[in-house]
Design a protein around this ligand. Structure first.
Ligand code: ATP
Length: 506
C-alpha cells in the first residue's frame, strides 16, 4: 500500500491543508492519507479560545470525511510526553511493513526539515511529499529538496499542487471563516472556537456607528461588565453583546427592512416602530453571521430593546438594563435606575420595563406586546410571592430540603429580633456538592412551581451556601462550618419552630 501521514497542529484544518492532502493523494496515487494532529507542548502558547486536542481531532475528522481515501489518527495525541515525528514514522513503518510511507508537509516545514529532531531517522522510514503553500515557493522548494537529497539522501516528491496560501492563524482571525470547509466552519461556530478579541469587535463597531453612539456603546460595555462580575454572568458574553448591541442601528428603515428580508428575520412590529425595533434583530443576526458570536451573545442583543419574550438569562437582563442606564445616559430617574442595577438586577429590569412602557405611551405610541407581556409576567411573579406568607414559604423550603436529605433542619423565627427577615432555615449538607445541590434544588423548585426567585444567593464559602428569599433566609452548612458560625446560638432569642409535621418519616 501507498500511505502518507500529514501531521500538523490543525488549529483548525483549513482549505490549504485539504487541497494539499487531495493533491498528494492524486499525484502519489495514495491508498490512504492520514491526517495526524500533533500534541502541542504545554509550554507553547496557543491563541486564546483555541481548540482542545479533542476538538482539533474532531475537525480533522470532519475535514477527512470530505476527501476520498483520507482518514484521521490520534496516534500522536495519545502518546504521553513530547511527540517526535521520528517516533511516529518508525511506529507507522512497523505497523505497515512492506508498505511505502510518505510524510506530507508544506513549504515551511521542508525549509526547516534539517533542524527537526533526528531527520535522518525520519528519512530512513519515510519519503517526503512536499506541497507548495504559495506559488512563489517553487524555487525555494526545488533548491531545498536538492540539498536534502544530496546531504541526507532524502527521497523527496515535490507535488504539483495548486497552492492555496492560507494559514490557520489567518483562519482564526477571519471572522467570516471563508478559508475552512463549511462543515468545519459549522463546528467552529457551534463550539464557539476562536472567538474574536473584544478589541476587534470595538474597532468594527467604531467604523459603523456615530461617535456619540460609540460612546454609548463603550459606556454600556463598562456597566455591563461590572454587572456581569456582580451577578456572576460570563464577562466575555456580556461585553461582546454590549459592544455589538447597536452595530446595525445606523442603518435607516429601508436598509433595516432589506437586511431583515435577506436574513429571513420574522417580526410582528407595528410598521411605525419597525425601524426603531428591528436593529435588535438585525444586530443579533449580524453578531452571528459577521462576528461569529455564540447564541448567548445574539440572544442578549435580540432582547435588548424589547426585554423579551420569556424568561431572560442574567446576561440578557444585564444588557437590557445597562443599555438604559449606562454613564452617558441622561434623563430624570437614570441615577436611581443605575443604583438599583448595582443592588438588584431583577428589580432594575422590572423598573426598566416600566419606564420603557411609560415612555412609549407618553409619546402616544403603543408599547410592543412582548414588552408588556414581560412586565405582566414579572408582576404576576411578584404577586405570587406576595400571596405566599413567610410561614408558607418557610414550610415549602423545609419540605424541599428534607426531600433532598438535608440533615438537622432547624427553623428560627426571628421577626422579633430583626427587621431583615422572618425566618432563618438552617440545615447541614454532607459535602460541598451536597450543600450546593440543596441550594440549587430549593431555587429550582420554588422557581418552577411558584415562580419565586431568591433575592440573592451566595456560596459564602465552600462549606456555606446562603439563599435569601427576604422573608426567609436559608443557610446550608457543612457540619464544621455550622458549628463554627453557630447561627442557632447567635439568634438564640428567636423562637425555634416545630417542623416535625413537615418532615417525611425516614
Ligand atoms: P499556523 O498558522 O497556526 O501556524 P498552519 O496553517 O501553518 O498553522 P499547521 O497545522 O501548523 O498549519 O500545518 C500543518 C502542515 O500543513 C504543515 O506541514 C504545513 O506546512 C502544511 N500547510 C499549512 N498550510 C498549508 C497550505 N496552505 N498549503 C499547503 N500546506 C500547508
Amino acid at each position: 500500500m501507498r500511505i502518507a501521514v500529514f501531521g500538523g497542529t490543525f488549529n483548525p484544518p483549513h482549505l490549504g491543508h485539504m487541497a494539499a492532502a487531495e493533491a498528494c493523494i492524486e499525484a502519489l496515487s495514495l491508498d490512504r492519507l492520514i491526517l495526524m494532529p500533533t500534541r502541542v507542548p504545554p509550554h507553547k502558547d496557543l491563541p486564546a479560545g483555541s481548540a482542545t486536542p479533542e476538538q482539533r481531532l474532531e475537525m480533522c475528522r470532519i475535514a477527512a470525511v470530505q476527501i476520498p481515501r483520507c482518514e484521521v489518527s490520534d496516534l500522536e495525541l495519545r502518546r504521553e510526553g513530547l511527540s517526535y515525528t521520528a517516533d511516529t514514522v518508525e511506529e507507522l513503518a512497523a505497523h505497515y511493513p512492506g508498505d511505502t510511507l510518505w510524510l506530507v508537509m508544506g513549504t515551511d516545514m521542508l525549509l526547516s526539515f534539517d533542524r527537526w529532531r533526528e531527520p535522518e531517522r525520519i528519512l530512513r522510514y519515510a519519503r517526503l511529499a512536499v506541497a507548495a503553500r504559495d506559488e512563489n515557493d517553487r524555487a525555494r522548494i526545488a533548491e531545498k529538496a536538492a540539498l536534502l537529497r544530496e546531504t541526507m539522501g532524502a527521497r523527496i516528491d515535490v507535488v504539483e499542487n495548486a497552492a492555496l496560501p492560507v494559514s490557520s492563524t489567518q483562519v482564526r482571525e477571519d471572522l467570516a471563516l471563508t478559508m475552512v470547509h463549511p462543515a468545519v466552519a459549522g463546528y467552529i461556530r457551534a463550539n464557539g472556537l476562536y472567538l474574536p478579541a473584544l478589541e476587534t469587535l470595538r474597532e468594527a463597531v467604531k467604523s459603523r456607528v456615530s461617535e456619540k453612539r460609540f460612546r454609548h456603546t463603550l459606556g454600556c460595555e463598562m456597566l455591563a461588565a461590572e454587572l456581569a462580575r456582580r451577578y456572576g454572568a460570563d464577562e466575555y458574553i456580556v461585553r461582546a453583546a454590549a459592544i455589538l448591541h447597536d452595530c446595525t442601528k445606523s442603518l435607516d428603515e429601508k436598509e433595516q427592512l432589506t437586511l431583515a428580508k435577506k436574513w429571513d428575520i420574522i417580526f410582528d412590529y407595528n410598521p411605525k416602530d419597525a425601524a426603531a425595533l428591528l436593529h435588535a434583530d438585525t444586530g443579533a443576526e449580524a453578531a452571528k453571521r459577521e462576528f461569529r458570536m455564540p447564541e448567548a451573545v445574539c440572544d442578549a442583543i435580540r432582547t435588548h430593546t424589547v426585554g423579551g419574550p420569556g424568561e431572560l438569562t442574567t446576561a440578557q437582563k444585564i444588557l437590557y438594563v445597562a443599555d438604559l442606564c449606562e454613564e452617558t445616559r441622561a434623563y430624570e430617574g437614570v441615577e436611581q435606575l443605575r443604583a438599583l442595577a448595582r443592588t438588584d438586577l431583577d428589580a432594575a429590569f422590572l423598573a426598566g420595563l416600566r419606564r420603557t412602557i411609560a415612555f412609549v405611551r407618553q409619546q402616544g405610541r403603543t408599547p410592543y406586546h412582548v414588552t408588556e407581556e414581560q412586565l405582566e409576567r414579572l408582576e404576576r411573579k411578584e404577586s405570587n410571592m406576595a400571596e405566599l406568607t413567610p410561614k408558607e414559604l418557610m414550610e415549602e423550603i423545609v419540605r424541599i430540603a428534607d426531600s433532598k436529605k438535608a440533615r438537622d433542619i432547624v427553623v428560627m423565627k426571628v421577626d422579633g429580633q430583626t427587621t431583615l427577615t422572618d425566618y432563618f432555615v438552617i440545615m447541614t449538607g454532607t459535602s460541598t456538592t451536597h450543600i450546593r445541590s440543596l441550594g440549587d434544588e430549593i431555587e429550582e423548585q420554588l422557581k418552577k412551581r411558584l415562580e419565586i426567585l431568591p433575592h440573592h444567593r451566595e456560596g459564602v464559602t465552600s462549606s456555606w451556601v446562603l439563599v435569601d428569599y427576604t422573608s426567609v433566609v436559608v443557610n446550608i452548612f457543612q457540619q464544621e462550618a455550622r458549628e463554627l458560625y453557630a447561627l442557632e446560638r447567635l439568634w438564640g432569642d428567636g423562637t425555634r419552630v416545630d417542623i416535625s409535621n413537615l418532615m417525611k418519616e425516614d
